[in-house]
Design a protein around this ligand. Structure first.
Ligand code: FDA
Length: 311
């Protein structure tokens, strides 16, 4: 792992930076590349701009770990409102949430109820709810809460990370249980005991797990839907070729990318008949999330520096 990436991942957890950096105007300008704005209205407007291109959306509000269950309840209330607004505008937008934002560090039982409440509202509004995967210390707890709600709500999807050694087993166990699995490479700083340290191995693991998901989709059409959360165009191309060879229809799997990354490819892929969704992040507490995006590609620091010069 590069030194720059390590420093950025450290910075993403630094409370002093988290408090001070977002106050600078250049920082606010730089974050606009990845975030249309800090509130739900900005996300809704961005979703409406993407719709004519045939691109769907997924919303998530940034925020880090919570201190009280009241804060978790406020998150739930926020997302209940999101599902209503999205339905009013017929956007078909899905929501993706972190279980720590629903109270996982405080009370897993309350978190389960919070997730159930959101899954029910998503179902009532005819859409789906995704659960993000956080660092490796949360995987077991995330799976437990996810499975408890999955029994009653089939519209739940889960994110799995190809950098973790355990993911192949988790994927095999979940393949026939869940509505959708969103495979990503993984964004956290993990020890070599649990995750591939080399990017080439993470990429190889992604392709192998992706093929497993596509094969399952071929054998059991409609369940679970493979969702590839990546901007790795070459890798997506190889998976698309594999899907075509297996006779899997293009609308039987999806590509999810982040807002502001590879935007031209998002449009090109949608025009080529792929199901594409863009994950739009918004919210006031954007610093840790933003620095993790920089860590994924330290060359992005150039954008921050250019914003500083252009101030
Ligand atoms: P890779 O890092 O190989 O990048 C491929 C190419 O994409 C790069 O060469 C570059 O051109 C472009 N690119 C990638 N990241 C960029 C960036 N930040 N800025 C500019 N260009 C960039 N992680 C996690 O641990 N838990 C989760 O729940 C999620 N959820 C999630 C949802 C969705 C929809 C996406 C797309 C990603 C996530 N992630 C995530 C993040 C994921 O784990 C991973 O860190 C990033 O997607 C970057 O990896 P890529 O797969 O894009 O490949």
């Amino acid at each position: 792992m590069s030194v720059a990436r390590n420093v950025l991942l450290w910075a993403s957890r630094n409370k002093w930076l988290s408090h001070h950096f977002p106050r600078y105007r250049f920082a606010q300008a730089a974050v606009r590349r990845f975030m249309p704005g800090t509130n739900l209205d900005a996300a809704l407007e961005a979703a409406q701009r993407l719709r004519p291109h045939g691109i769907g959306t997924v919303f998530t509000q940034v925020g880090e770990n919570l201190a009280t269950l009241d804060e978790a309840r406020a998150e739930v209330d926020h997302y209940l409102g999101v599902f209503d607004r999205v339905a009013e505008l017929s956007l078909g937008t899905q929501v993706s949430i972190k279980l720590t934002h629903l109270g996982l560090d405080i009370d897993p039982a309350a978190t389960t109820e919070n997730l159930r409440t959101l899954a029910q509202r998503a179902a009532d509004r005819g859409t789906a709810l995704f659960v993000d995967m956080e660092d490796s210390s949360y995987v077991d707890r995330t799976l437990d809460v996810f499975r408890s709600v999955l029994h009653t709500h089939g519209n739940l999807g889960l994110c799995l990370q190809s950098y973790l050694f355990r993911t192949e087993t988790d994927l095999s166990d979940l393949l026939l249980e869940t509505a959708a699995i969103r495979l990503v490479k993984g964004a956290y700083r993990e020890p070599a005991a649990v995750a591939f340290p080399k990017k080439a191995d993470v990429d190889r693991s992604y392709e192998q797990l992706g093929r497993m998901m596509l094969r399952a989709a071929a054998d059991h059409p409609g369940k679970p839907k493979p969702v590839f959360g990546t901007h790795d165009i070459a890798l997506l191309g190889r998976l698309a070729k594999f899907a075509d060879a297996e006779g899997i229809a293009r609308d039987a799997w999806e590509i999810h990318m982040l807002y502001g990354i590879r935007s031209a490819d998002q449009i090109r892929l949608a025009q080529a008949g792929h199901r594409v969704r863009v994950l739009i992040t918004y919210g006031e507490q954007w610093f840790p999330w933003y620095v993790r995006r920089l860590a994924e590609r330290p060359a992005n620091i150039g954008f921050v520096l250019r914003s500083l010069v252009a101030r």
